[in-house]
Write a protein that binds this ligand. Structure first.
Ligand code: PBG
Ligand code: ZN
Length: 352
């Protein structure tokens, strides 16, 4: 009787129209049943391998000139461009939710071939850093270091007359930007331009100016991705001509990702980053395995955010479920830290 109910549920035989069997071979090795550990919520919690917490997140913030500005970004529902006076309240909200860090992207008042506001004492990011460090000194303030939001041509480097990026000349600008952000009070600078040698150049400049305490989070492995579309609208950083495939990586490559990461480790990066996240979970896993000594960040980029927001707005997906599932997946793949526009909503859900 006991054997029969375990191995041949009579109900199944009946459904299949099979003649009832009184005994016979075991159809499944019943000693091994993974479902035992999924039976109750407490058991599932006990054996959970990946725990997502608000401390895993970095919240990206767009900042622009003006007063009392909170301008909605159409392609990123729920995200805004803020003026500096709005930042202290936002920073307090971020901190109170348990999110330890923000990263700033600036929209300058004017653009020019070099991007002069990028390293101006009263540049938009410099003002933002000071405002937030005054309001919430404990909050980790990270700044994106690149040229594309500041240059009139929208490229990530200085250009020669033919429109080619001048890699080594650009390094001098990146170093000046990083030092300027450090002087304003940034805890971490995050070079995102994929220029060769950018980490070494920034490390040397920071140390030379007395900012050896400032860390570098390198966008070490950044792909030439269509998923940056909404960001480029938000930050007005699209190239006026051409694209970024002479410096950002080919989406087809992963061995090259390990090479890029190795270089940035050697140049003194304190964190590595893989960007975007979702189409590159294998890259996250590979970089995590190869360089376990450095914290690894993954950038859950604007297009990834926009996809879930759009599907949720249409009622096609359960937003809370898929956001937490997505972020858990990025962490499970090997990311220690996730830059995500979902940070505040996800933190609030996790805190419930
Ligand atoms: C460049 C930069 C970009 C992003 C972050 N830093 C855009 C680009 O490289 O074209 C994209 C972030 C996102 O899509 O969320 N400063
Ligand atoms: Zn750039």
């Amino acid at each position: 009787m006991t054997v029969d109910t375990l191995t041949h549920p009579p109900a199944v035989d009946a459904l299949l129209g099979a003649p009832p069997r009184s005994s016979g071979a075991t159809p499944y090795p019943s000693a091994i049943r993974p479902r035992r550990l999924r039976r109750t919520a407490a058991l599932r919690r006990m054996v959970r391998e990946t725990e997502l917490t608000p401390a895993d997140f970095i919240y990206p913030i767009f900042v622009q000139h003006g007063r009392d500005v909170r301008q909605a970004i159409a392609s990123m529902p729920g995200q805004y461009r803020y003026s500096v006076d709005r930042l202290p309240a936002l920073a307090r909200q971020v901190w109170e939710l348990g999110v330890p860090a923000v990263i700033f992207f600036g929209i300058p008042a004017q653009k020019d071939p070099v991007g002069l506001e990028n390293f101006a004492d009263d540049g938009i990011v410099q003002q933002a850093v000071r405002a937030v460090k005054d309001a919430v000194p404990e909050l980790v303030v990270i700044t994106d270091v690149c040229l594309c939001e500041y240059t009139d041509h929208g490229h990530c480097g200085l250009l020669d007359p033919a429109g080619n990026i001048l890699n080594d000349e650009t390094l001098d600008i990146l170093a000046r930007v990083a030092v300027s952000h450090a002087r304003a009070g940034a805890d971490v600078v995050a070079p995102s331009g994929m220029m060769d040698g950018m980490v070494a150049a920034i490390r040397a400049a920071l140390d030379g100016e007395g900012f050896s305490r400032v860390a570098i989070m390198s966008y070490a492995v950044k792909y030439a991705s269509g998923y940056y579309g909404p960001f480029r609208e938000a930050a007005e950083g699209a190239p006026r001509f051409g694209d970024r495939s002479s410096h950002q990586m080919d989406p087809a490559n992963v061995r090259e990702a390990l090479r890029e990461a190795a270089l940035d480790v050697a140049e003194g990066a304190d964190f590595l980053m893989v960007k975007p996240a979702l189409a590159y979970l294998d890259v996250i896993a590979r970089v995590h395995e190869r360089f376990p000594q450095l914290p690894l960040a993954a950038y859950n980029v604007s297009g990834e955010y926009a996809m879930l927001k759009a599907a949720a707005a249409n009622g096609w997906l359960d937003e809370r479920r898929v956001v937490l599932e997505t972020l858990t997946g990025i962490k499970r793949a090997g990311a220690d830290i996730i830059l995500t526009y979902h940070a505040l909503e996800a933190a609030a859900w996790l805190n419930e």
